[in-house]
Each structure stands twice: as structure tokens, then as C-alpha cells.
Design a protein. Structure first.
Length: 462
């Protein structure tokens, strides 16, 4: 399918799909670090050549910034395909939907002239709703957990985004206190449901507030319903059986791009537990989170930042608390899209990446923010972990072990900037190419794209 809008790399007649060497069929895009790798830019560029974009996990804790011309779009819930006219955009059953945030994004994009209607945006009827009490519970839970007790004066919290993600997925697992998108279709039944759930929530919140010394205001189920009604009116035209829709598209040989939010090291099962989010954000989640089985997806595009960042709690072996870390943060604008929090920055961690590339089954790599490393005298890459005097290249299951690690580095010479006009990897300075080759060789996965600036046309491919 031809791009409907210039991707800035369309000068080459081959499609981006061809230039990235993708096999026919669907593809998953997944972050391989702790999030904020720049997935949104690659999804946005590829969306031009796919028929549908489907998000499979997470909620408004994610943040994608996409720059198109002089327009900047900060999306939290919307699949990045919304910026291309005529694409099918899906929020799958694995996503947790904050109705207020989704309506805000829909109306915000409409005000900027984009068509968001019932033929371009589909929200799974099986997805779960994040309600205001989830956000209250999220914050109270963090406060409660980090309070001093008889044994510890303080402990590190998960450092959540406060968007209610954990409590919403917890309710999904509990079942009796969950509210799903499908419930918006019948306000009478929803009223009965909220009258059962809200008193339980009030009891939980009251206990947490009492424990932490925070004020407590009970929620009125009817007031909650009144708040939900106008939001439901906007959302109802978009509610669909999205698994059925995606199977139908697959049968018609349409191509689907599965868009992961957050990233593999934040995956609840495979990430740095407990400092993770509450969903399967590795590529494995694409299947449970949309209802499309694994054998349908032959391409997994692993998105890697040229260095490492992390926001929130939890160990990060290559963290730099020095002027290089500060410089990376300033040049890379490493502040959260969702919370504005400064991100911890450090050298790329190939031990962690080897683990996540295998868990997510990356077939192709895109290395983002390469320009941020320009003009540093030397570049370090972590190739081993020293634990108790022994060097290992395994990624530990336990965050306590990860926090004890001393990274072992390989040092390569730096490269001079600017690099933002390079259109192919071969045009990059030799030392930058050597840096990318080192990553590719270590992980055994080809690097097919290097991002050299925030805009679509600041991209070196092939
Ligand atoms: P939660 O997802 O709000 O529960 O946060 C759990 C952890 O995941 C915290 O350390 C967050 O900072 C982190 N996190 C969640 N989503 C993202 C993301 O999109 N980028 C980076 N970190 C994230």
C-alpha cells in the first residue's frame, strides 16, 4: 500500500517494509529496554504501509511522541496509526482503557483536523476500564508500601505513573470488581454492577487511607455513573469485537502492526519484577492482548535506544550519575511524556538486551536516538555482569541480584555529529556504524534502522 503522506524516506521507491527486510504478513513492534525507546516513531512510519495498527497492552501509562512536520502529537492511549488517514486502529482486549483520557485524545485529535470515527478506531469490548478509584488506589498503595516500619526506615516504591494501571489489572484478575468496556453498552446493568463494586472499593480505599494518614472521600456509585455517561456516549460507536475484526483482516491478507506499549523489561512475567508494570508488554502479549495467535506474526521489530534509560523504581546496572548521564538526559530530552519525571540515563546494556531480544523474539532491530551520542569521546557498551567476583552474561531473575551487579564494559571510539541528515546506515560516520555493528553482532539480530532525530525524515534505513 503506498504511503498516504510522505514519510520523508519515500525518495527510495522500495517500501519501508522492504527496506527493513520484513517478511510478508503481520509484525509486532516492541521495546526491548525499560520503555521510551522511540517506538512511536517507527510505528508511525510503518503505519503508512500496514492496513491496521493494534495496541495490545498497558494503558495511559505509556506515552508516544510523534513529530509530523512542525506538529507534535503526544499520545497515551491511541494507536500511532491514527495519524494516517484510513487506517484501522485497534485498542485490544489487553489494553486498560481510561475513558476520560481516551475521550480527551479523540476530541483533541479531531480538533486538529484528524478523522477519528467508527471506521478508523475500534475499542475491544473485552478491554477493562480504568476508573478514578484505580488512580486513587495506585497512589495510596505506593504511599502505604514505602512507609517506614519497625525493620526499615524506607523502601523504594515501584514508582508507578499513578495512572491506575496496577489496580485495574488487579481487578481484572479478581474478576468480581472489574468493569469492562462492554459494560458501557448497558447503563442499567452497569448501575447495578457499580452499586456492588463501589462499596468494596470504598472499604479498600478507606483502609489504605487510614493506614497512610491520607484523607478519604467515599465514592458515590450514582455520581460515578453520571460521570461515565457522557464519556460512554463518545466511546460506544467505537466498541467492537476486535479479535473478530483482526481475524477478518488476516483472512483478507491485510497486514496488521501490533504496537507494544511500555517495554520487555517492564513485562509482568519477564521483566525486572517487582519493578515492572502490570501487563505483558513483551511481544508475547500481542497474542493474548488481541486474540491473534503467534504463528500469524512473522516479524518482531525490536526497538532499542542507543543508550539505556529508566524511570520509576528498580535497579539499572549501567546508570550514570555523572556529567555524561546528565548530558544524555539533556540532549535526549529524557523526561517522561506521561509524568514529566527525569529519566535515569546510562550506557547501553547488551546483557539485558540479549535477554529481552530472545524473550520477545526480535527478528529485526531499530536503534533510536543515535544522534544523542554524537560528539562523546568514547562509547561504552555493557557486555557482562560481575556478580560476587564472577562475570556472567545471564540476566538475573531477581532485582536484588541486579542491584548488586558491576557492569563490565567494552569501549568503542565516539563519533562526530551532526548525523541527522544521514539517510542510510552506510552514510553514518564509521565509528557510529561500528557501534551499531557491535550491537547487532552481540545480539545476533540485524540492525536495519538508525534514528538520527525526532522527525520522520531524520532516519537512516538499510
Ligand atoms: P505503572 O505502569 O504506572 O504501574 O508503573 C510501573 C513501572 O513501569 C514504573 O516504574 C513506571 O515508571 C514504569 N513505566 C510504565 N509505563 C512506562 C513507559 O511507557 N515508559 C517507561 N516506564 C514506564
Amino acid at each position: 500500500m503506498p504511503p498516504t503522506e510522505s514519510t520523508g524516506i519515500a525518495a527510495d521507491p522500495a517500501t519501508l517494509i522492504d527496506r527493513l527486510g520484513l517478511k510478508p504478513g503481520h509484525a509486532t513492534i516492541v521495546g526491548l529496554q525499560w520503555g521510551d525507546e522511540g517506538k512511536g516513531k517507527v510505528v508511525d512510519m510503518l503505519a503508512a504501509e500496514f492496513d491496521a495498527v493494534a495496541r495490545y497492552n498497558g494503558g495511559a501509562n505509556a506515552g508516544h511522541t510523534v513529530v509530523v512536520g512542525d506538529q507534535k502529537y503526544a499520545l497515551h492511549l491511541m494507536p500511532s496509526g491514527v495519524l494516517y488517514p484510513g487506517r484501522v486502529n485497534v485498542l485490544g482486549n489487553g489494553v486498560v482503557i481510561d475513558p476520560e483520557q481516551l475521550v480527551k485524545e479523540i476530541t483533541g485529535l479531531r480538533e486538529r483536523g484528524l478523522t477519528i470515527d467508527s471506521s478508523t478506531l475500534f475499542v475491544s469490548n473485552r478491554a477493562h476500564l480504568v476508573l478514578p478509584y484505580h488512580k486513587t488506589q495506585d497512589k495510596l498503595q505506593e504511599t502505604a508500601y514505602t512507609m517506614p516500619n519497625a525493620l526499615d526506615q524506607s523502601v523504594e516504591g515501584i514508582g508507578t505513573t499513578g495512572r491506575g494501571i496496577g489496580p485495574c489489572y488487579a481487578d481484572k484478575a479478581l474478576r468480581s470488581t472489574a468493569v469492562r468496556v462492554v459494560d458501557l453498552l448497558d447503563m442499567d446493568t452497569l448501575r447495578h454492577k457499580l452499586h456492588r463494586i463501589v462499596p468494596i472499593k470504598n472499604a479498600t480505599l478507606k483502609a489504605l487511607a487510614g493506614f497512610t494518614g491520607e484523607p478519604f472521600e467515599p465514592i458515590d456509585p450514582d455520581a460515578l455513573l453520571d460521570w461515565l455517561k457522557p464519556l460512554a456516549e463518545v466511546l460506544i460507536p467505537h466498541v467492537a469485537d476486535t479479535a473478530g475484526l483482526l481475524h477478518g483482516l488476516t483472512k483478507e491478507n491485510k497486514r496488521i502492526l501490533f504496537e507494544g506499549a511500555n517495554a520487555t523489561l517492564l513485562d509482568i512475567d519477564h521483566g525486572t519484577y517487582p519493578y515492572v508494570t502490570s501487563s505483558n508488554c513483551s511481544s508475547l502479549g500481542a497474542h493474548t492482548g488481541t486474540g491473534v495467535p503467534g504463528h500469524r506474526v512473522g516479524n518482531v521489530i525490536g526497538i532499542v535506544k542507543a543508550y539505556q534509560t529508566r524511570v520509576g523504581g528498580g535497579p539499572m546496572p549501567t546508570q550514570l550519575d555523572d556529567e555524561i548521564g546528565d548530558r544524555i538526559r539533556e540532549v535526549g530530552h529524557e523526561y517522561g511524556t506521561t509524568t514529566g519525571r527525569p529519566r535515569r540515563c546510562g550506557w547501553i546494556d547488551l546483557v539485558a538486551l540479549k535477554y529481552t531480544a530472545s524473550v520477545s523474539g526480535a527478528t529485526t532491530l531499530c536503534v533510536m536516538l543515535v544522534d544523542v551520542l554524537a560528539d562523546l569521546p568514547e562509547l561504552k557498551l555493557c557486555t557482562g555482569y560481575k556478580i560476587d567476583g564472577q562475570v556472567v552474561d545471564r540476566f538475573p531473575a531477581c532485582s536484588e541480584d541486579l542491584s548488586k551487579i558491576e557492569p563490565v564494559y567494552e569501549t568503542l571510539p565516539g563519533f562526530a555529529g551532526p548525523v541527522d541528515q544521514c539517510k542510510t546506515i552506510a552514510e553514518l560516520p564509521e565509528n557510529a556504524q561500528a557501534y551499531l555493528k557491535f550491537i547487532s553482532d552481540y545480539l545476533g539480530v540485524p540492525v536495519v534502522l538508525a534514528s538520527v532525530g525526532p522527525k520522520r525524515d531524520q532516519t537512516a534505513v538499510g
